[in-house]
Design a binder for this molecule. Structure first.
Ligand SMILES: *[C@@H]1O[C@H](CO)[C@@H](O)[C@H](O)[C@H]1NC(C)=O
Ligand SMILES: *[C@@H]1O[C@H](CO)[C@@H](O)[C@H](O)[C@H]1NC(C)=O
Length: 294
């Protein structure tokens, strides 16, 4: 029996090799542009083109180990496969193959389908860290600004079925980089913080001045081109009333005050002259009528 099967197997293979166009129901195109797209451990394998008369199956494995399939990516008509929860060993090096196969339910004699292999991918090293959210708090004496960074959530879950944050995954290896400067100037400073609570004190900021901040994840253990995450939205701290001076400069404000003084002086001068004239007119006209106003 076994020998028979072997023979059959050999035959189909031979047939495939020799006169493949007759044995195969179609010559499926290979997947192209196979690439990884991964943010916060949400990891997709993408490829082209849209299938017409065939389907795709994704096989993945840690390099040198057995290939596995994700049940959602077998004979699929999609051009993407979510492998977030398949790449369980975050520090392992994975590779994936996209196979072009017959439509679901259609048999084929083909032993090997055309396939395209992806680049290697290690979730822990390669996933992009998305932009973090943060809150700004200025101390009462205005000498200290604290940024409270919210560690971004990942697509991974722990055993209690809670979503893990990037802090849960990277622990001490996760730091944050803050880029900041006075709201009124283009100068920029940076500060690296191991904690998600970032304190900026007198060495970093002037008291009572409005500063603007961008925050991004920073993982120094990674290769240099993958250390920095996406930049957050820019947010600014409130400043003092003093900032009016900084915004317009003392010269402009002094000129403005001088102008107001001049207007007042002119106004007083005009009223004085007017009153004198009226008094003179009154005196020369109806004498004896008491002055209504002084
Ligand atoms: C699709 O493939 C089937 C067999 O696999 C074939 O009979 C059919 O003609 C094909 N259709 C198109 C549009 O190529
Ligand atoms: C592969 O990507 C290139 C560049 O983005 C694009 O021009 C090409 O059409 C893609 N291939 C397929 C089959 O879609």
């Amino acid at each position: 029996m076994i020998r028979m099967e072997r023979k059959m197997f050999f035959f189909t293979k031979l047939c495939t090799v020799l006169i493949f166009t007759n044995c195969v129901s179609g010559d499926y195109p290979k997947a192209q542009n196979v690439s990884w797209l991964s943010i916060n451990f949400k990891t997709l394998l993408l490829w082209d083109p849209e299938p017409t008369n065939y389907s795709y199956t994704v096989e993945y494995s840690i390099i040198g180990q057995n290939r596995k399939k994700n049940q959602h990516c077998i004979r699929t008509m999609e051009t993407e496969c979510d492998l977030s929860n398949s790449l369980v060993d975050l520090k392992a090096i994975y590779s994936a193959d996209v196979l072009s196969e017959p439509l679901r339910g259609v048999n084929s004699d083909l032993i090997e389908f055309p396939h395209t292999t992806s680049e290697r991918f290690t979730p822990y090293e390669d996933t992009l860290i998305g932009r973090p959210e943060f809150k700004i708090e200025v101390s009462k004496d205005k000498r200290k600004i604290t940024l409270y960074v919210e560690d971004p959530l990942t697509a991974l879950f722990n055993k209690q079925n809670q979503q893990r944050t990037i802090r849960d995954v990277f622990a001490d290896e996760l730091q944050y980089k803050v880029t900041f400067g006075k709201a009124t100037s283009t100068g920029k400073k940076t500060k690296i913080s191991a904690s998600s609570e970032i304190e900026l004190d007198r060495r970093d900021v002037d008291p009572g001045v409005s500063y603007c901040f961008n925050v991004q994840a920073y993982i120094p253990s990674r290769s240099t081109d993958k250390q920095l995450g996406e930049l957050s939205q820019r947010q600014c701290s409130p400043g003092d009333d003093k900032s009016v001076f900084e915004e317009y400069g003392i010269g402009v404000i002094a000129t403005f005050i001088l102008l107001i003084i001049m207007i007042i002086v002119v106004a007083i001068g005009v009223t004085v002259v007017c009153c004198k004239r009226r008094r003179n007119a009154n005196r020369s006209g109806k004498e004896g009528v008491p002055l209504r106003s002084v």
